[in-house]
Write a protein that binds this ligand. Structure first.
Ligand code: BGC
Length: 353
């Protein structure tokens, strides 16, 4: 090959490469594992709170799954403040997210901002907590009535001997935040189980309180106020989650009743699992958050792409019957810690023991 021809060939190669042609120079294919499909989707994930351990897990698992599926997430948490959450959602709409996933702090204060999202052509998923009084495209959560049923079922069993002995047992219901629709669902479930015993005169509900912001301190205050007025006379506590269980147990402790009075919970927080082992909390409810978060990302992508979604049920949110997907949870006691949260990899045995 003379010099001129060689220079000409190199020039052709350079021009072809620059034009992105590569028609005769096939690049080496990338190894399959690295081929993450980069979808052009931006998910806005608005979280009402990161207060409880579980929400931090929701955040981490959601981002992990999004990364795996090659989508980008704008995630913001509102620190239990409805104005903050509304302005964060407005920011996401302005930015042009393709879909909104919202775990609301205040269930019925988002109507206007969700209307705005829909006007901008953005679909909205209600995540874990139902948004009420608004048009919602999908609700993804757990069967929260069942969570409440698990709690009350355990507690009723724990006082069964007293009932059998003819005693009218005193039970406190320490609920969640009034702003959270889930708090009503957990309560509904608990009373599905308690009501027949109340009607038979076997059970007396001596405290029935919500805990503002799900704050353990408020749970403590509500139970403590009752105990102070009633010489610590209590047989059991149905607490709506592990945070309110912790607050309740702190109040019981002041009367030397921690470990003696059964207390329920929910979320399988590490501290709760440790209390169950120590005997101060009786049970918790494990909700596999990684499943929820992964489904959240997958379904958000479908919503963004306008793909059909097979929702199996609907839940009414005052405004409409919202297409819903509800996952299963599991009651956890001392007896099945290893087969539930440990088998599932939620915690390692080193975390727990
Ligand atoms: C969630 C619970 C959580 C509570 C407090 C509820 O909506 O379902 O898992 O403990 O909020 O954040």
């Amino acid at each position: 090959m003379n010099k001129k021809i060689l220079i000409g060939a190199v020039a052709i190669l350079v021009v072809a490469a620059a034009a992105g042609g590569w028609f005769f120079m096939k690049p080496k294919p990338a190894p399959v594992a690295q081929q993450v499909p980069q979808r052009d989707i931006l998910i806005g994930f608005s979280m009402g709170t990161l207060q409880e351990e579980r929400w931090q897990r929701d955040r981490d698992e959601f981002l992990k799954k999004a990364d795996e599926l090659g989508v980008v997430v704008d995630l913001q948490a509102a620190n239990n403040n409805v104005e903050t959450q509304i302005s964060q959602i407005e920011g996401m709409i302005f930015k042009g997210v393709d879909v909104l996933v919202i775990a609301p702090h205040d269930a019925d204060k988002l109507t206007a901002v969700i209307d705005k999202a829909h006007q901008a052509g953005i679909k909205v998923m209600s995540y874990d907590r139902l948004i009420t009084k608004a048009d919602i495209d999908l609700y993804l959560s757990f069967d929260n009535v069942k969570v409440g049923e698990y709690q009350a079922t355990y507690i009723l069993q724990a006082v069964a001997a007293k009932i059998a002995a003819g005693q009218k047992v005193k039970i406190a219901y320490i609920g969640g935040a009034k702003t959270d629709n889930n708090a009503f669902l957990f309560k509904k479930g608990a009373f599905n189980i308690l009501q027949p015993a109340i009607d038979k005169g076997q059970v007396e509900i001596v405290v029935d309180k919500f805990s503002d912001n799900w704050d353990p301190q408020n749970a403590y205050k509500n139970l403590k106020a009752y105990l102070d007025k009633n010489d610590g006379l209590i047989d059991a506590v149905v607490a709506a989650n592990d945070g309110t269980a912790f607050g309740s147990i702190s109040a019981l402790k002041e009367y030397g009743l921690d470990g003696k009075v059964p207390v329920s919970g929910q979320d399988a927080e590490l501290s709760a699992i440790k209390r169950i082992i120590a005997g101060t909390q009786s049970m918790t409810v494990y909700k596999p958050i990684s499943k929820l978060a992964a489904a959240g990302v997958e379904l958000a992508i479908k919503l963004a792409e306008g793909a059909p979604i097979n929702s199996v049920s609907t839940v009414n949110n005052v405004k409409m019957d919202v297409p819903s997907i509800l996952l299963e949870s599991i009651a956890v006691t001392k007896d099945n810690i290893d087969q539930t949260v440990m088998t599932d990899g939620y915690y390692s045995s080193k975390d727990i023991y």
